[in-house]
Design a binder for this molecule. Structure first.
Ligand SMILES: Nc1ncnc2c1ncn2[C@@H]1O[C@H](COP(=O)(O)OP(=O)(O)OP(=O)(O)O)[C@@H](O)[C@H]1O
Length: 329
C-alpha cells in the first residue's frame, strides 16, 4: 500500500494530511537550533515554546517567511521531522508527498521545496499552488474548464485567485489578512478608548464579537488593558458595532483586491464565477460579516468553505491521488 501525504507549508503553521485519516498534525513552523554546532534542538510546538525563553546559544527560527523557503537546510529537517511524526516508525515504504507552494513563487523556490521534500524521504513529490489546493479541499472539481474564484485569507496574506483547468488564470496576493484585523482593533482601542491592549486580546475581541457587517443584535464584551493617560490598568466595554468601524479599512483592502482580480478576469470565466459564486478559505475567513460584505460589494454569491483552515492541507493530500492516477493512465 502506497502512503500518500499532503503538506500545507504555511508561514505560521504546518498541517499534515494523511489519506484515510485526515489532518493529523498541526504545529507551528518553528525550528530551534544550536547556533554553535548548527544542530537542530527542537521542531514544531516544542520549538515554539523555546521562542524567547532559550539560552543564548539556542535560537528558534521560522524558516518559512511569506510561505517561501528562506532557509533550505532547516526546512528540509522540518519536513523530514513532520513526515516521520505523521507516519510513525511502522512504515518501510517511502511516501508520495504533495506539498503546496504559494502562487507566484519562482522556479528556483519551487525547486528548493521539491528537493527539500525528496531529501525528507519522499518517493514522488507533487507541487501544487495554494489556491488550487484550497479549491480541491473545498470540494471544487478543478479539472473542468470552468472559472472559480478562491479568496484565501490567512494570518499574514490574502490570496485571491481565479482558477480554471487546474491552474491559476488571474491572481493577486496582498500582505493584509487576519492579523491585520487584530492590529486594526489595537489601533481603534488606543484612539477611541485611550486603552493599550495586546495582540492576543485584540484577536480575542475579533473572534468573540468582531464583525465587518452590521449584526442584527449588537454584542459586547469587557476588555482590559493599560490606560494610556494614567498608566494604570483599565477595563472598558466594547461592542460589535465598534469592531465594524475598526475593521472597515482592512476589510476594504481585501474587497478592493477581489474587485481588481474580477476586473482582470476573462469574460467567460467571469460568467462562471457569477454563476458559481466566491469561495472563502483560511482562518481569516471565519470573521463574521465578511461573506455578507463581499456579496454586497461585488454582487456575487459568497460562501465560506466548511473547514476553512484545513482546506489547503486536505486539497494537497487529495492532489497526490489525482496526480498518481493521471500518471498511471
Ligand atoms: N473564529 C475566527 N474569527 C476570525 N478570525 C479567526 C478565527 N479563527 C482564526 N482566525 C484568524 O485566522 C488567521 C490564521 O489563519 P490561517 O491559520 O489560515 O493562517 P496561515 O495559513 O497560518 O497564514 P498564512 O496563509 O498567512 O501563511 C489568524 O489571523 C486568526 O486570528
Amino acid at each position: 500500500m502506497a502512503v500518500d501525504i499532503g503538506i500545507d507549508l504555511g508561514t505560521a503553521s504546518i498541517l499534515v494530511y494523511v489519506k484515510g485519516k485526515g489532518v493529523i498534525l498541526k504545529e507551528p513552523s518553528v525550528v530551534a537550533f544550536d547556533r554553535d554546532s548548527n544542530e537542530v534542538k527542537a521542531i514544531g510546538e516544542e520549538a515554539r515554546l523555546m521562542l524567547g525563553r532559550t539560552p543564548g546559544n539556542i535560537i528558534a527560527v521560522r524558516p518559512l517567511r511569506q510561505g517561501v523557503i528562506s532557509d533550505y537546510t532547516v526546512t528540509e529537517k522540518m519536513i523530514k521531522y513532520f513526515v516521520q511524526k505523521a507516519l510513525g516508525r511502522r512504515t518501510f515504504q517511502k511516501p508520495r508527498i504533495s506539498i503546496c507552494v504559494p502562487s507566484g513563487v519562482t522556479e528556483v523556490e519551487r525547486n528548493a521545496v521539491q528537493q527539500a521534500t525528496f531529501a525528507a524521504g519522499a518517493r514522488d513529490v507533487y507541487l501544487i499552488e495554494e489556491p488550487v489546493a484550497a479549491a480541491i479541499g473545498a470540494g471544487i472539481d478543478i479539472s473542468k474548464a470552468c472559472g472559480n474564484l478562491i479568496v484565501d485569507i490567512g494570518g499574514g496574506t490574502t490570496d485571491v485567485a481565479v482558477i480554471s483547468l487546474g491552474g491559476t488564470v488571474v491572481s493577486t496576493s496582498l500582505k493584509v489578512a487576519g492579523d491585520d484585523f487584530d492590529e486594526a482593533i489595537v489601533r481603534y482601542m488606543k484612539k477611541k478608548h485611550n486603552l493599550l491592549i495586546g495582540d492576543r486580546t485584540a484577536e480575542d475581541i475579533k473572534i468573540k464579537i468582531g464583525t465587518t457587517y452590521p449584526l442584527i443584535e449588537n454584542e459586547a464584551m469587557e476588555v482590559s488593558g493599560r490606560n494610556l493617560v494614567t498608566g494604570l490598568p483599565k477595563t472598558v466595554t466594547v461592542t460589535s458595532a465598534e469592531t465594524e468601524r475598526a475593521l472597515q479599512g482592512t476589510s476594504n483592502q481585501i474587497i478592493e483586491a477581489i474587485i481588481s482580480v474580477l476586473e482582470r478576469t476573462p469574460p467567460e470565466l467571469s460568467a462562471d464565477i457569477l454563476e458559481r459564486g466566491i469561495m472563502l478559505t483560511g482562518g481569516g475567513a471565519k470573521l463574521r460579516g465578511l461573506e455578507e460584505m463581499i456579496e454586497e460589494r461585488t454582487g456575487i454569491n459568497t460562501m465560506t468553505a466548511e473547514e476553512p483552515t484545513q482546506v489547503v492541507a486536505i486539497g494537497t493530500g487529495e492532489y497526490v491521488e489525482l496526480m498518481s492516477a493521471r500518471r498511471e493512465l
